[in-house]
Design a protein around this ligand. Structure first.
Ligand SMILES: NC(=O)C1=CN([C@@H]2O[C@H](COP(=O)(O)OP(=O)(O)OC[C@H]3O[C@@H](n4cnc5c(N)ncnc54)[C@H](OP(=O)(O)O)[C@@H]3O)[C@@H](O)[C@H]2O)C=CC1
Ligand SMILES: O=C(O)C1=N[C@H](C(=O)O)C[C@H](O)C1
Length: 249
């Protein structure tokens, strides 16, 4: 598979390593100083572009790749207000796009566990949830995209929690705190607290390798497909008994 990398930072470099080890070819690397190469025939020759840049630059990159007819797999976070516009482009047949807040297969299992636990908690109103995400000091956005996905899972499954917030502790609100320290790759902790006990679930990434491997697997899966593609679809293809995932959708 011919891959164009858009963004050659921490994730771009981790993805390059995994992609080469799986026999793929990197046909071009776009970074802040050679963005016009996205208009080149070399970029257009890619089977897929993998985009990891910044909240401020991601959407313009997607549109530039779509204009060249190149499908995009992206993990950039902090731009979700533009998601309806990007989805509409896919629905009109103008683009092929795969995005997830977290490509780690382990995190996607964690998403399912989170939804399952939240559904159970609808029957136990004495428990109230809160979330903490911990990342490296270079991260530009908060809360993390992963924390937002986890929060959406809780809101969808728990009858009592109606919204999330970074500063509101009301009974029907899920509070999300963020911590920025050192070079932490990404940790997400959800606590369900009652008067008598606390139930905690946690996912802790040990490195960026899991994100990068998931992004390359998603790119392999995307080639030849069309429209708006999701990690849920990919996870259904990956686990032997996809009925298990339907239980916690
Ligand atoms: N979904 C997932 O699984 C994951 C998502 N992420 C998300 O991915 C994004 C990138 O993370 P990370 O690699 O750690 O960040 P980095 O800052 O290490 O890398 C971003 C790179 O993009 C470059 N860049 C900035 N603007 C442009 C542009 N317009 N076109 C091309 N390249 C550009 C930057 O260049 P320069 O440094 O010169 O500015 C930098 O090299 C973040 O939004 C993060 O939240 C991260 C990990 C996993
Ligand atoms: O910026 C990061 O590093 C990460 N960003 C993603 C997010 O915002 O959820 C995924 C992962 O946690 C690492």
């Amino acid at each position: 598979m011919k891959i164009a990398l858009i963004g050659y930072g921490k994730m771009g470099k981790a993805i390059e390593k995994i992609a080469l080890s799986r026999g793929h070819e990197i046909v071009c690397k776009i970074d802040i100083d050679n963005q016009d190469d996205m208009d080149s025939p070399l970029f257009a020759s890619a089977d897929v572009a993998i985009e990891f840049t910044t909240p401020a630059t991601a959407v313009a990159n997607y549109k530039r790749a779509f204009a060249q007819g190149v499908p995009v797999v992206s993990g950039s976070t902090g731009w979700l207000e533009s998601m309806p516009e990007i989805k509409a482009m896919c629905d009109r047949g103008e683009a092929t796009f795969f995005w997830t807040s977290n490509f780690s297969l382990g995190v996607n299992i964690f998403f399912a566990v989170n939804r399952y636990l939240a559904a159970m908690m609808s029957g136990f109103p004495q428990y109230h949830p809160s979330m903490t995400e911990i990342h490296h000091i270079h991260k530009l956005d908060h809360p993390s995209g992963t924390a937002i996905t986890l929060a959406e899972g809780i809101i969808a499954k728990d009858n009592l929690i109606k919204s999330w917030s970074e500063d509101d502790d009301a009974a029907d609100v899920l509070r999300i705190d963020h911590v920025r320290e050192g070079e932490v790759p990404g940790t997400h902790i959800i606590k369900w607290d009652s008067e008598v006990d606390t139930i905690t679930i946690e996912h802790c990434a040990k490195s960026r390798e899991g994100f990068a491997l998931g992004a390359v697997i998603a790119a392999e899966w995307t080639v030849g497909k069309h429209g708006f593609l999701t990690m849920d679809q990919l996870m259904h293809g990956l686990i032997a008994d996809s009925h298990l995932l339907d239980l916690v959708k």
